[in-house]
Design a protein around this ligand. Structure first.
Ligand code: COA
Length: 180
């Protein structure tokens, strides 16, 4: 299938609020697939919808940027840039909830979302990006491939959806050529 069928876009608060069901589908699919992204199994739809409703409110307040990937019109992937930071870190943002539906993986959507994150961050004047991801997961390779640098590993950081402890790896990315 061609890359042209995938489109990446930024949702404003209204569009985000209108998309909470589709975004919940993506989150539930990822958690059911074993992704450690804040939620435990079973993830009930009302909890997933409540999460995205809260995200949409944050987007409306200008605290975060929400990007989505659509495949043939349907949302199959998403990522957020949390731009609201303490006043001594105006140049920094966190990347959060990078999710691609299992059925849409391994076709470059994750990489395109990360490229869009970089562009959105630059447009906001953000030059230092930080994220953490489960150690040993698919996302670690993606971030390394997209120019993110490993900071280190925190053992026993979180739980997998089935309750097993997992480590997390912190990454950072310096935009704008600052030394790493
Ligand atoms: C991590 C995640 C977002 C990656 O999404 P994705 O869309 O599959 O990412 P990409 O397609 O860009 O890259 C994934 C792999 O597909 C490969 N790939 C990309 N395009 C391809 C193509 N056209 N044909 C074959 N393989 C391809 C990439 O090389 C990469 O290979 P690797 O895993 O061996 O390094 C996805 O696996 C996911 O949602 N995981 C669960 C949630 C999660 O853990 N999120 C991270 C939270 S921080």
């Amino acid at each position: 299938m061609s890359d042209n069928e995938v489109s990446i876009s930024r949702l404003d608060g209204v569009a985000a609020a209108a998309s909470v069901q589709e975004l919940a589908d993506v989150l539930i699919d990822c958690v059911e697939g074993g992704a450690s992204v804040s939620f435990m199994l079973p993830l009930a739809r009302p909890a997933a919808v409540a999460f995205w409703t809260s995200v949409a409110q944050g987007v409306a307040r200008g605290e975060r940027i929400l990007l989505v990937a659509r495949l043939e019109g349907r949302i199959v992937g998403t990522v957020q840039l949390v731009t609201a930071q303490p006043e001594n870190q105006p140049h920094r943002a966190d990347v959060a909830k990078m999710l691609v539906c299992r059925s849409a993986r391994r076709r470059g959507i994750g990489q395109r979302l990360l490229q869009a994150v970089d562009e959105a961050a630059r447009a906001e004047g953000k030059t230092v990006l930080v994220l953490d991801t489960v150690t040993g997961g698919d996302a670690e390779r993606l971030y390394a491939r997209c120019g993110w640098l490993r900071v280190g590993v925190v053992p026993n950081y979180a739980l997998m959806p089935d309750g097993a402890l997992c480590a997390t790896t912190y990454f950072h990315k310096q935009l704008g050529g600052a030394p790493a």
